[in-house]
Design a protein around this ligand. Structure first.
Ligand code: PAF
Length: 270
């Protein structure tokens, strides 16, 4: 793949890259569309990265519908799919990791220690292999986007990181590969994430500034669904991820909620 990318670059063909763990949905495809519009060549990677899953997390049951993914990529005229094996990515003598300090330890990093180290490491490897001019990430994983943007800046990586809007189901649920794990009642309950963000937006538009008040109201709304268990709700500075007391423009309102056994995330930028 690296050899191909080098040749493309020599021929001055721009490379747009969409990193994924497969189980592609409309959210991924919107990134592919954007990459298609902005680049001559589009590369999609499909690799379920074990190093970003904790010991008790859902690595084994992560969906892997490779044939369907392939068809979707073909339909979108993706030029290359990079689909490495585990051993190609992590040979037995693999020893190096990338850690973006502080930003990786808050929000999702608190309940998923090591997750962003795994993400930063694999994304660095993918950037080094695919040599993209532009890389496309979804806003749903807001903390991931902040971590990657920081890593690219700190390590002088020659890639432009593009963060694209969250794509939602009709009822507001943010698209995610993990939604396929939801049982029918859980799927209905999962709408509480986007509902609580809409509630936050309504409160903010109505003049409420107190982060604590907004978080309380969101928590109470989520508690109404028996299958929902809030992991965290936070209102933070959108760049530093530090908590704020008063909501301001550019603040990130982020939450993670367990619906049954499935942990879902969503966010909204004030
Ligand atoms: O967002 C994802 O699907 C993954 O975290 C990524 C960026 C492909 C790295 O494994």
């Amino acid at each position: 793949m690296q050899k191909i990318s080098r040749q493309l670059r020599q021929r001055h063909q721009s490379i747009g890259f969409v990193p994924t763990m497969g189980a592609l949905h409309e959210g991924h495809l919107s990134l592919v569309d954007r990459a298609r519009r902005e680049n001559r060549i589009v590369v999609v990677s499909i690799f379920v990265n074990p190093r970003q899953f904790g010991l008790r997390e859902d690595l084994a049951r992560y969906p892997r519908p490779f044939r369907k993914d392939l068809q979707l990529c073909e339909k979108k005229k993706v030029d290359f799919i990079f689909y490495p094996t585990l051993r190609q990515m992590y040979p037995e003598d693999f020893h190096t990791h990338v850690e973006v300090e502080d930003l990786s330890e808050v929000l999702c990093g608190k309940s998923r220690p090591g997750h962003f180290r795994g993400v930063a490491t694999v994304v660095t490897k993918l950037f080094n292999i695919i040599l993209p001019h532009r890389a496309y990430f979804g806003r749903k994983d807001a903390q991931q986007a902040v971590v990657i943007q920081r890593m690219v800046k700190d390590l002088n990586m020659a890639v432009s990181v593009k963060v694209m809007p969250t794509v939602r189901e009709k009822d507001g649920l943010a698209m995610s590969s993990r939604n396929t794990h939801l049982k029918p009642q859980e799927r209905k309950d999962a709408v509480v994430l986007s509902e609580s963000l809409s509630l936050a937006r309504k409160l903010i538009t109505g003049g409420e500034k107190s982060a604590a008040t907004i978080i309380d109201r969101m928590r109470n709304h989520i508690a109404k669904k028996p299958s929902a268990k809030t992991d965290y709700i936070a209102i933070v500075n959108g760049k530093t991820l530090e908590p704020v007391k008063k909501v301001c423009a550019g603040c990130l309102i982020a939450l993670a909620v367990r619906i049954g056994k499935t942990r879902l995330i969503d966010n909204y930028i004030a």
